[in-house]
Design a protein around this ligand. Structure first.
Ligand SMILES: Nc1ncnc2c1ncn2[C@@H]1O[C@H](COP(=O)(O)OP(=O)(O)OP(=O)(O)O)[C@@H](O)[C@H]1O
Length: 255
């Protein structure tokens, strides 16, 4: 459903080059939730941008439901839903108007859009908000609206970027329920998050990125047997520790 194959991206800076994503491959099947995880600067956003067709890869490709983003970016985008913690709303539109506007951008027929708005609003409990101006919503309410917006064109693949950031315990639970629902609908889901405890509960499989490279991948059980560690947080601490000792070694060698 979503296939990422040998994806690489290097940025040229005055100080030198940064290999932001280095030969990254993974595949996500329908009904599967994949955690793309990594510390700051690991390459998660760069990967998402390439999957979304916003950034051209140096090598490799992303294929969304059979369509390569580089070959047909518009068709690939129509098969993707994207929800980010930093998503804004159009403050002067009502929630309903905004959802209809987004449905129209994705060429969803108006009658179908209205039907979807009713169904998704019931699921995410935003019916009382539909005729309120989006600018008056609280953070949690806005997040529920953006979750509905991400599904308005019924895409087979969903990308969720830091979906629980800034949410209280009820908001976090809403995200958990939403992701469960996506799984039941047979969507292929990518979740990027720094909340490793949440990722452990939410995701079926993981790709652990560090400095652009996928250091480990697999189910929690597979990661445990590969690393001898019980939890993602311990696996990450090991990765960062290894990096510090190899930096130190390099410095010592260059003295
Ligand atoms: N447009 C750009 N120009 C130059 N360097 C960039 C650019 N975008 C990202 N980078 C660099 O590429 C590396 C990976 O960045 P990226 O934003 O993908 O990481 P991330 O895993 O999303 O990090 P975070 O968790 O902090 O959001 C970083 O070193 C970053 O500074």
């Amino acid at each position: 459903m979503l296939k990422v194959s040998s994806l690489s991206k290097t940025f040229a800076l005055e100080q030198g080059e940064i290999r932001a994503v280095d030969d990254l491959s993974f595949q996500i099947d329908p009904g599967e939730v994949f955690g793309l995880l990594g510390p700051n600067g690991a390459g998660k956003t760069t990967t998402m941008r390439m999957v979304l067709g916003l950034l051209e890869p140096d090598t490799g490709y992303a294929e969304v439901d059979g369509v390569r983003t580089a070959d047909d970016p518009i068709e690939a985008k129509s098969r993707l839903g994207f929800v980010s913690a930093s998503d804004g709303v159009y403050p002067w539109l009502s929630v309903r108007e905004m959802l209809i506007y987004f449905a129209d951008l994705y060429a969803v027929d108006l009658t179908l859009a209205q039907q979807r708005i009713e169904e998704l609003s019931a699921m995410m409990q935003i019916q009382p908000l539909l005729d309120r101006r989006a600018g008056t919503l609280s953070t949690g309410q806005r997040q529920r609206v953006t979750l509905v917006r991400g599904l308005i064109h019924d895409p087979p693949v969903m990308l969720l970027d830091e979906p629980t950031r800034g949410l209280d315990v009820v908001g976090v639970q809403t995200i958990f329920d939403y992701i469960d629902h996506l799984r039941q609908l047979g969507k292929a889901v990518v979740v990027c998050t720094h909340r490793l405890d949440e990722a452990e509960r939410l995701c079926d499989r993981f790709g652990l990125l560090h400095q652009g490279r996928q250091k480990h991948s697999g189910t929690m059980e597979e990661l445990r047997s590969e690393t001898g560690r019980q939890h993602l947080v311990d696996i990450f601490v090991d990765l960062l520790r290894d990096e510090r000792s190899s930096d130190l070694l390099q410095k010592q060698e260059s003295i």
